[in-house]
Design a protein around this ligand. Structure first.
Ligand code: ATP
Length: 293
């Protein structure tokens, strides 16, 4: 499989951060009720970074990921992807980015139950218009890459949870995307399968891809080079900064064992009052997002 390219087919000169959020806000309106899920997020992610986003349930992590993946749009603020304002991109350009340049992995795997592993993996290539023979070759290649070359004809219910998530990772990487967005990819896995998936993400990162990983689990976040913690829709702490955000209470509050500048993240340690949380995503709409972004 070819190494990943830039996020855009022809990135602008000067290599801006691959992801730039400025003052991004997201307000959901349900009837008369408004929820401010994101309240002015500023975030820059460089090409090739491996970043974990942490935060308590309801803090806005999935909302942020949906915006990063162009699955949703901010209510206010700017999102530039490889230097281009997403708000100004055509629908075709956005579809191209979602289909070919971003790979999505979700907690619930979101595999189609009636399709074999390789048929699930080839789906993004179907939407990209790749020919049948090439789809099969690339799907099997992706499954081999995640260690499932001997399970290509198995359906999801004939695979373990860890194997299903590896199929989902194969589906995410079959288009050779530059950016992988993983929302709680290990949330439903035992520790051995968690390690398998983290190893895979590590390999994808080593091959040049930008990885954004959302997780509740500090030990999972610790595998990333940078950890951003969000709370109440804002960035509370970013290990790539020398200083916590203005609204942060300091490293003791966010549960990190040490303060660090750029470089490997400290191993996060749960502080008093914090707990490991498992997300309970059950939004069936996400299935649509994965296979027909
Ligand atoms: N489609 C929606 N309509 C209305 N409110 C929403 C919608 N999606 C999310 N919210 C609200 O926005 C806030 C942030 O939700 P989000 O799913 O981003 O949090 P999260 O950090 O991913 O949580 P979890 O870890 O539990 O998945 C929550 O208060 C949630 O109730």
């Amino acid at each position: 499989m070819a190494e990943s390219g830039s996020l855009l087919a022809e990135p602008p000169a000067g290599s801006p951060p691959v992801i730039e959020l400025d003052g991004v806000r997201k307000t959901y309106r349900t009837g008369a009720i408004e929820v401010d899920a994101l309240r002015g997020v500023d975030l820059r992610i460089s090409e090739g970074e491996y970043i974990a986003i942490m935060g308590p349930s309801g803090s806005g992590k999935s909302t942020l990921m949906n915006i990063l993946g162009c699955l949703d749009i901010p209510t206010a603020g700017h999102y530039r992807l490889a230097g281009e304002d997403v708000a100004r991109m055509s629908e075709d350009a956005l579809a191209e980015i979602r289909n070919r340049r971003i790979g999505f992995v979700f907690q619930q795997f979101n595999l189609l139950p009636t399709l074999s592993a390789w048929r699930n993996v080839e789906l993004p290539l179907c939407y990209a218009g790749t020919g049948r023979a090439q789809r099969r070759v690339r799907a099997i290649e992706a499954l081999e890459k995640v260690g499932l070359g001997d399970r290509i004809a198995h359906r999801p219910n004939e695979l373990s949870g860890g194997q299903q998530q590896r199929v989902a990772v194969a589906r995410a990487l079959v288009t050779d995307p530059a950016l992988i967005l993983a929302d709680e990819p290990t949330g439903n896995l035992d520790s051995a399968s968690t390690q398998d998936v983290l190893d895979l993400l590590g390999e994808l990162h080593a091959s040049g891809r930008t990885i954004v990983l959302i997780t509740h689990e500090p030990e999972v976040a610790a595998t990333a080079g940078r950890v951003v913690r969000i709370r109440d829709g804002g960035i509370q702490y970013d290990t790539s900064s020398d200083h916590p955000s203005d609204d942060a209470d300091g490293p003791g509050d966010v549960g990190f064992g040490a303060v660090a500048g750029p470089g490997p993240a400290p191993v996060p340690v749960l502080g008093p009052g914090h707990r490991h949380e498992k997300a309970a995503h059950g939004d069936p709409a996400r299935l649509t997002w994965v296979i027909r972004p």
